[in-house]
Write a protein that binds this ligand. Structure first.
Ligand code: NAD
Ligand code: 6OH
Length: 484
């Protein structure tokens, strides 16, 4: 059986304990994974610190940027390998991994390589009482060793979204990928070697959160900053862990995102966009819409059209090009999603479609598939309308006025993303500006420009990444004031 190892100082190293990496499509074990203990996490942090003082720390911005482009080249060279690894680990359709996850990983390196090379610095000429003036300018320095902790839903995309800007700014990293999806982070170590990124700059430790590699990394006194994507509750635990050493954090957390569909929308485009927003990656994208508010004039037609979309999805084997709905990530996550399917009924929902588990009569019955599901009829106070489910499911509710729609959409402790569907652009802007979220799409969803701010309000996160926001998080600014 294949062994997925830790990667420390350019070497692949086993662990004392191993755990299984399971294929969610049929429940088979695809590999064993070496769990890093406290000693190995300590070693990874130590070599990452040492690498800061070595060749990597002496490189100029242009050389670092060139190195990151080579990492992108190396990802593209191993494209099929990355796609296959991501498909086996997550169960996501091969079409999705090859259109979204792997191309975005390469793009993450290219965008931040270019951005850091082309970005200038802040400067101010400051007047002094004697008229001699002073010049202020800020220089960027790396934070140091950055701990990167990532989830299982878009494993390589989300890991590289953080690793690329961290390296662009001259840091070294110790990454702890999700225990559910350890392979692409490990493959990335090979791409780093192809690109001749010096040893110790990119290190991987495998394991779980509490009392395992995740916690050992966040608690480590020699880690200078932690960047994390995952559940809001995990973010809270990490905040506690970093508090004693006052590490800066960047958190991209959960959501309970709303979509508002106005009667004047382009109906076909809205239905098709919303079908993506609800079901893409089996609903396991933090930006997915789980609350859909539809103007009453088109409510029945919209629910019927979404039902047809849900029922036309093809929940096949992940490697089948026709598959557009994979399984959930794990047995445990399926239990959670199914518990919400049950709860929705107890809370009085009308089941428009789905609500259960599909039957295949082949090995997929040992996997973690669920039916795409649409509910209506729940009160806004229902737990299924308030809590993140993270599955292929939404609740659709009618509204009668713009104010009512805005008020329902904003009635949440989360604040990640929203989408507005209307052909009245004036209304699109007006409503978008009232959304208490970090990202609002108008007549589209998950359309990304990597230079834009990305992050969430409330329980959905702390800070913004993307473009200059990433460069600002992953560097320490030293303002220099020179008397002229
Ligand atoms: P999770 O929080 O369970 O795990 C994420 C990572 O944190 C894993 O690597 C895990 O091992 C680690 N971890 C868990 N407990 C830890 C601890 N105490 N200390 C240190 N590390 C710990 O999240 P998940 O289930 O993997 O991912 C799904 C969640 O991620 C959803 O809530 C989703 O909304 C969120 N998410 C948010 C974004 C965003 O950009 N806002 C993107 C993707 C996913
Ligand atoms: C959450 O599951 C998706 C996050 C997406 C990004 O962070 C991104 O940069 O597109």
């Amino acid at each position: 059986m294949k062994l997925i190892q830790n990667h420390i100082d350019g070497r692949f190293v086993p662990g004392k304990v191993e755990f299984a990496d399971v294929n969610p499509a049929d429940g088979t074990v695809v590999a064993q994974v070496a769990e890093a203990g406290r000693v190995q996490v300590d070693e990874a942090v130590h070599v990452a610190r040492r690498a800061l003082r070595g060749e990597w720390g002496r490189l100029g911005v242009r050389e670092r940027a060139a190195g990151l482009h080579k990492v992108a080249d190396a990802i593209e060279k191993r494209f099929d390998c990355f796609v296959q690894a991501e498909v086996a680990d997550t169960g996501k359709p091969v079409s999705l991994a090859s259109k979204l996850d792997v191309p975005r990983a390469a793009a993450n390196f290219r965008v931040f390589a270019d951005l850091v090379r082309l970005s200038g610095m802040e400067s101010f000429q400051t007047e002094t009482p004697d008229g001699t003036n002073a010049l202020n300018y800020a220089v960027r320095k790396p934070l140091g060793v950055v701990g990167v902790i990532t989830p299982w839903n878009l494993p390589l995309l989300l890991l590289t979204w953080k690793v690329a800007p961290a390296l662009a700014c001259g840091n070294t990293v110790v990454v702890k990928p999700s225990e559910e999806t350890p392979v692409t982070a490990t493959l990335l170590a090979e791409a780093m070697q192809d690109a001749r990124i010096p040893n110790g700059v990119y290190n991987v430790v495998h394991g779980f959160g509490p009392a395992s590699a995740g916690e050992f990394l966040t608690q480590h006194p020699d880690v200078d900053a932690v960047t994390f994507t995952g559940e809001s509750r995990t973010g809270a635990a990490i905040m506690k862990a970093v508090a004693p050493t006052v590490k800066p954090v960047s958190f991209e957390l959960g959501g309970k995102n709303a979509a508002i569909v106005f009667g004047d929308c382009n109906f076909e485009e809205a239905v098709s966009g919303l079908a993506d927003a609800v079901f893409l990656n089996t609903g396991q994208v933090c930006l997915c819409a789980e609350r859909v508010y539809v103007e009453r004039t088109i409510f029945n037609a919209f629910v019927e059209a979404m039902k047809q979309k849900a029922e036309s999805l093809h929940p096949g084997w992940p490697n089948d090009e026709r598959t557009d709905l994979g399984p959930l990530i794990s047995k445990q996550h399926r239990e959670k999603v199914l518990s919400y399917y049950r709860l929705a009924r107890e809370e009085g929902a009308t089941v428009i479609t789905g609500g259960g588990v599909p039957k295949f009569d082949d090995d997929r019955d040992n996997g973690f598939y669920v039916q795409p599901t649409i509910y209506t009829g729940l009160p806004e106070s229902a737990r299924c309308v308030k809590e993140e489910i993270f599955g292929p499911v939404c609740h659709v509710a009618p509204f009668d006025s713009e104010e009512e729609a805005v008020s329902m959409a904003n009635d949440t402790k989360y604040g990640l993303a929203a989408s507005i569907w209307t052909s009245n652009l004036k209304r699109g802007h007006r409503v978008a500006q009232q959304m208490n979220v970090g990202i609002t799409w108008v007549n589209c969803w998950f359309l990304r420009d990597l230079r834009t701010p990305f992050g969430g309000a409330g329980l959905s996160g702390i800070g913004r990444e993307g473009g200059m926001h990433s460069l600002n998080f992953y560097s320490e600014l030293n303002n220099i004031c020179v008397r002229l």
